[in-house]
Design a protein around this ligand. Structure first.
Ligand SMILES: NC(=O)c1ccc[n+]([C@@H]2O[C@H](COP(=O)([O-])OP(=O)(O)OC[C@H]3O[C@@H](n4cnc5c(N)ncnc54)[C@H](OP(=O)(O)O)[C@@H]3O)[C@@H](O)[C@H]2O)c1
Length: 248
């Protein structure tokens, strides 16, 4: 976009977004926002995403063979429809709290498989084919900077995702494809509620008390930041990590 015009409400019309983990939380809010902006969504996840304009390919991103096979089907489907993916959002992740003594090689492997290796495989196979004007957003976590006990693998995987995203931004810039990262703070989602139930996180009131804005984020608020980074409104923004965390 050569001018400073803001995109209209249907800026995504005719475009396809590939998202991971669109079945719940931030990913589900993103599916709703993107289809409301006129686009189509392909969701790769364990749980189907709902709503018109969404196609689902169910897969556990931690299962490398299953992911390879689903990616082949998605690429074949895209070739058939002749409507290439324009946007990629790596949203799903695995957060398990495990203190050092229990953090064996399998724990690190599982965490990195979902949080770094799967997103990088998607960037390689899908992201590398994005047309000029396309964009990738990877979702990391404030946990990469606000470090707490038991999260070594999770925090390290999110920090690695941020570093890799910035490198990919440099590699794809020449093709006018942008790559950015959103780092959410505590956000009210099924994933966070599960962590609270398992005693792996402060409860919502405890978390809210630590956040300068005094409340948790809503999934829709994080989705709105991702939408901004996909849209032409952020056409001069690439290689950045954008925290969305109420001021933490
Ligand atoms: N919520 C927060 O406070 C917060 C804070 C910082 C960062 N984040 C990041 O934001 C992103 C979204 O979080 P969220 O809170 O929206 O999570 P969520 O409510 O748990 O939703 C995540 C979605 O991704 C799917 N998913 C997870 N692991 C998967 C796997 N291995 N294979 C396929 N699908 C998988 C889940 O499937 P199921 O429905 O089957 O579980 C679910 O549909 C994550 O990267 C997370 O690290 C969230």
């Amino acid at each position: 976009m050569a001018t400073a015009d803001l995109p209209g409400p249907r800026w995504a019309a005719g475009a396809t977004l590939l998202v991971t983990g669109g079945g719940a939380g931030i990913g589900a809010a993103l599916c709703r926002a993107f289809t409301a902006a006129g686009g189509e969504v392909i969701n790769l996840g364990r749980t189907p995403a709902q709503g018109p304009g969404v196609r689902n390919h169910l897969v556990d991103l931690g299962d490398r063979d299953a992911l390879d096979s689903v990616l082949n089907s998605v690429l074949a489907e895209l070739e058939d429809t002749g409507a290439p993916v324009r946007y990629l959002v790596n949203n799903a992740s695995l957060r398990r709290v495990q203190p050092l003594g229990g953090a064996d090689r399998a724990h690190w492997q599982e965490t990195f498989e979902v949080n770094l290796f799967a997103p990088m495989e998607l960037c390689r196979t899908v992201g590398d084919r994005l047309p000029s004007g396309g964009a990738i957003v990877n979702v990391s976590s404030g946990a990469a900077r606000h470090l707490s006990a038991g999260t070594a693998a999770y925090a390290a995987s999110q920090a690695a995702l941020e570093a890799a995203s910035t490198v990919l931004a440099r590699e794809l810039a020449g093709r006018q494809v942008r790559v950015n990262t959103v780092a959410p703070g505590p956000t009210s989602t099924p994933g966070l509620r599960r962590a609270v139930e398992r005693g792996q996180s402060l409860d919502e009131a405890g978390l809210a008390g630590r956040i300068p804005l005094g409340r948790l984020g809503a999934a829709e608020e994080i989705a709105a930041v991702i939408m901004f980074l996909l849209s032409p409104a952020s056409g001069f923004v690439t290689g950045q990590v954008l925290p969305a965390n109420g001021g933490l």
